[in-house]
Design a protein around this ligand. Structure first.
Ligand SMILES: NC(=O)c1ccc[n+]([C@@H]2O[C@H](COP(=O)([O-])OP(=O)(O)OC[C@H]3O[C@@H](n4cnc5c(N)ncnc54)[C@H](OP(=O)(O)O)[C@@H]3O)[C@@H](O)[C@H]2O)c1
Length: 276
């Protein structure tokens, strides 16, 4: 799949090869980025969204756990809701610098109603379970996916899935939902079998941490697994080559608040796809 606009599995939605991750629009506590940063003000955040759109990005990823991200997007996207596919999440809450989790159907329903309010919209394109690492346990015991299926039937969301942390959980999520969000990067390929499953089953696959959360410098160690990130002359290009070589990849959600990085990433993705 070498196109810029790509089917999101069998959801009927088309996503751009890169999406925009918005942790850094809302949250600066409990994050593991290599450099400290300041959350951008509204003018800078607006410029980022405008640039993303100019570059052909139509997918934006947020979550209640990204602190003020959803509320800010609700304001910033006023008048342009239809230009974007919004991905949000349920299950993880972030209060006073601490994460806690609730995957119950009741919390799922409340969380989506709250996201709709914060995002100032009457539907969310995709909602993922924001897993705590116990992927299989959540699938087997919590009733979260059934609750999301019901909410989808009622038209509040268009598709649902899970952001997982294990290969087995990702594969099970691909079997039982529309979309999986998984980690896949130069330093961590343990979940490649999830991409294989998504390709086989026709599930959407969104890559998170495609640039190892920014730990892609020549001397960086992968923070997510024990193996060192291979040295590459151009780690951004090498990351894109890895991600888009797999037929299962729908889109890579890259978190950036830098206009220059945004452009560099899009150029690298386009080159990797053979589009420029
Ligand atoms: N569901 C989940 O459990 C989960 C977990 C983590 C992330 N996510 C989603 O996935 C998105 C991406 O994950 P992530 O932010 O952890 O990791 P990432 O996209 O791999 O890396 C983002 C980091 O890389 C830096 N960066 C971006 N482009 C760069 C470039 N061209 N050169 C050098 N550095 C660059 C960014 O800094 P600058 O801002 O300076 O560009 C930022 O610090 C998140 O925003 C979020 O939406 C989901």
């Amino acid at each position: 799949m070498k196109a810029w606009m790509r089917p999101l599995g069998n959801t009927g939605m088309e996503v751009s090869a890169l999406g925009l991750g918005t942790v850094k629009l809302g949250r600066d506590q409990g994050v593991k980025y290599p450099q400290s940063f300041t959350i951008p003000d509204d003018a800078s955040a607006s410029a980022l969204l405008e640039k993303a759109q100019q570059l052909g990005i139509n997918l934006i990823d947020t979550a209640p756990a990204y602190d003020r991200s959803e509320q800010r997007l609700g304001n910033l996207l006023q008048g342009q809701r239809n230009n974007w596919l919004i991905c949000s999440k349920v299950g993880e809450e972030f209060d006073n610098g601490q994460s806690h989790f609730d995957f119950s159907p009741e919390h799922t329903q409340m969380s989506i109603e709250r996201s709709l309010e914060r995002l100032k919209t009457d539907y969310i394109d995709m909602v993922l379970v924001h897993c705590d690492g116990n992927d299989q346990h959540i699938i087997d015991n919590m009733g979260t996916l059934a609750a999301l299926e019901d909410i989808k039937k009622r038209g509040l969301i268009r598709a649902f899935g899970m952001s997982t942390k294990t290969a087995a959980g990702g594969i099970a999520a691909a079997e039982q939902s529309d979309i999986v969000m998984l980690t896949y990067n130069l330093g961590y390929r343990d979940e490649e079998t999830v991409l294989d499953a998504c390709a086989k089953l026709g599930s959407g696959a969104l890559i998170k941490k495609a640039l190892a959360s920014g730990h892609i410098g020549p001397s960086e160690q992968a923070p997510l697994a024990g193996s060192p990130v291979e040295k590459h002359e151009d780690p951004v290009a090498a990351s894109m080559d890895l991600i888009f070589a797999h037929e299962g990849t729908s889109s890579a959600i890259i978190g950036t608040i830098s206009l220059d990085h945004l452009e560099q990433n899009v150029m690298a993705a386009r080159r990797s796809l053979g589009l420029s």
